[in-house]
Write a protein that binds this ligand. Structure first.
Ligand code: URA
Length: 216
């Protein structure tokens, strides 16, 4: 693995099809930006095609890169617990990321997460748009700033808009909240518990905004 990779980004070109499986298959070969070079594989979204809620995170992490599935590592575990507490069955929601390759830098033997930049997010957005076009969720939940800015642009602030039901050209209803990994970074148990509860409140608001019961 070279220490540096040639950096480039152009918009991905998903096939014009009504088959999510075909879009997923095409995404496996994506080379629209340089991130594919260091990633193990494309981590495409997962969940039912008729899911009423779509959750979008930032990008796959170390665990997801290896497993080929979104939100299966520590952030995914805390998200699953919060979803359950909010009355949302993960099996009934579609879970994906704004960027579909793991961006990382080597540090010794470890792979350290790097935030995707706006060019990488823009290059990957056609995949997210294709997922939104085919799944047509009633509500899109943006988990953290990267996801929210992929939908609303770089001036969007989660701190200001958190928990509100908004709309965008990508989905009729969009709710932004924090990324579950921010809960893991809280300095002490008390703030972790407080922020976790706020996250569950946002997810309950998301469920209410779909206007239908998908409770467990
Ligand atoms: N963080 C994300 O944003 N997405 C994942 O899939 C895992 C961690």
């Amino acid at each position: 693995m070279p220490a540096t990779t040639e950096e480039y980004a152009r918009p991905a070109t998903p096939p014009d099809t009504s088959s999510l499986a075909e879009v997923r298959e095409a995404a496996r070969e994506c080379t629209a930006c340089h991130l594919y070079k260091r990633a193990t594989q494309t981590v495409f979204g997962e969940g039912p095609k008729d899911a009423p809620i779509m959750l979008v995170g930032e990008q796959p992490g170390d665990y997801e890169d290896v497993a080929g599935k979104p939100f299966v590592g520590p952030a995914g575990k805390i998200m699953d617990r919060a979803l359950e507490e909010a009355g949302i069955d993960r099996k009934e929601v579609y879970v994906t990321n704004a960027v579909k390759h793991f961006k990382w830098e080597p540090r010794g033997k470890r792979r350290i997460h790097q935030k995707p930049n706006s060019r990488e997010i823009a290059a990957c957005r056609p995949w997210l748009e294709a997922e939104l076009r085919l799944v047509k969720p009633k509500l899109l939940v943006c988990l953290g700033a990267t996801a929210a800015q992929a939908i609303f642009g770089p001036s969007f602030r989660v701190t200001r808009e958190r928990g509100k039901v908004l709309s965008s050209k990508f989905a009729p209803r969009v709710l932004a909240t924090v990324h579950p990994s921010s809960l893991l970074r809280q300095p002490d148990e008390q703030s972790r518990e407080r922020e976790y509860k706020r996250f569950v409140v946002d997810l309950r608001a998301a469920l209410k905004a779909t206007g239908e019961g998908i409770e467990i």
